[in-house]
Design a protein around this ligand. Structure first.
Ligand SMILES: *Cc1c(COP(=O)(O)O)cnc(C)c1O
Length: 223
């Protein structure tokens, strides 16, 4: 079933869009099933869970962290050797801690900066204005072990498809302004991570280069 779901989704994704299979709350066995069907990129949202699952999973998996990251868990997260991308950097403070811990661990890490565009207080991240100012001030230049690969965001949780599309468009256009004018010299700034099970087709229409899909691959989560 996981293999069928995966193939159905992949058959609808444009070739240049990367699929992150979000395996949170599903066992390592489900990860292996998706792996056997060819999937190599997996996303998790809790440090404890990814730390338990990664050692039980094939070593050539590329792990992505997509959840809210507490500063006191950063060092533990960076101990996962095949952690390749943190999507959810929601403040300059967290970014500095990730950079410092990566230096300490003697490794590098790619990250995305999380944009808050949704009409919800609960979602965290930079506002569009904050992120554009941060980029204009070239705050990334002092990072030693962290490379900013792009932006991540979520749309408002609503049935209003116009609102969902507007949120995705706001994320993509912020990315376009950064790479077009504000910091066109940024290297490998090429990821726009947006779209989940219920809204990823709209996200792709609006310019996502990476989608994060859980439920449509693995089924409902049991919390
Ligand atoms: C859980 C989660 C997803 C996947 O959600 P589904 O609705 O199961 O596809 C994507 N992005 C983030 C940030 C998540 O926490």
């Amino acid at each position: 079933m996981i293999a069928d779901n995966l193939h159905n989704i992949l058959s609808t994704l444009p070739q240049e869009v990367t699929l992150v299979a979000v395996s949170k709350f599903h066992p390592a066995e489900s990860v292996r099933e998706a792996y056997a069907a060819g999937q190599r990129i997996f996303g998790e949202s809790r440090v404890q869970e990814i730390s338990a699952k990664a050692p039980l999973s094939p070593p050539d998996i590329e792990w992505h962290f997509i959840g809210h990251l507490q500063t006191n868990k950063v060092a533990q997260l960076l101990r996962i050797g095949n952690l390749r991308l943190i999507h959810s950097i929601d403040s300059d403070r967290l970014l500095r801690i990730v950079d410092r811990e990566a230096v300490k661990a003697g490794r590098t890490i790619d990250v995305l900066l999380e944009l808050h565009v949704a009409d919800e207080e609960t979602k965290s991240g930079f506002s569009v204005a904050e992120l554009e100012q941060w980029m204009a001030e070239r705050r990334f230049e002092t990072l030693e072990a962290t490379h900013i690969r792009g932006v991540m965001g979520m749309a408002t949780n609503t049935d209003d498809t116009d609102r969902i599309r507007a949120d995705f468009r706001a994320i993509r256009s912020c990315y376009d302004r950064i790479i077009g004018k504000i910091a066109p010299d940024l290297r490998r700034f090429d990821v726009v991570s947006m779209g989940m099970s219920h809204d990823y087709p709209a996200a792709i229409d609006e310019g996502a280069t990476m989608v994060r899909v859980g439920t449509s691959i693995f089924g409902e989560r049991i919390y």
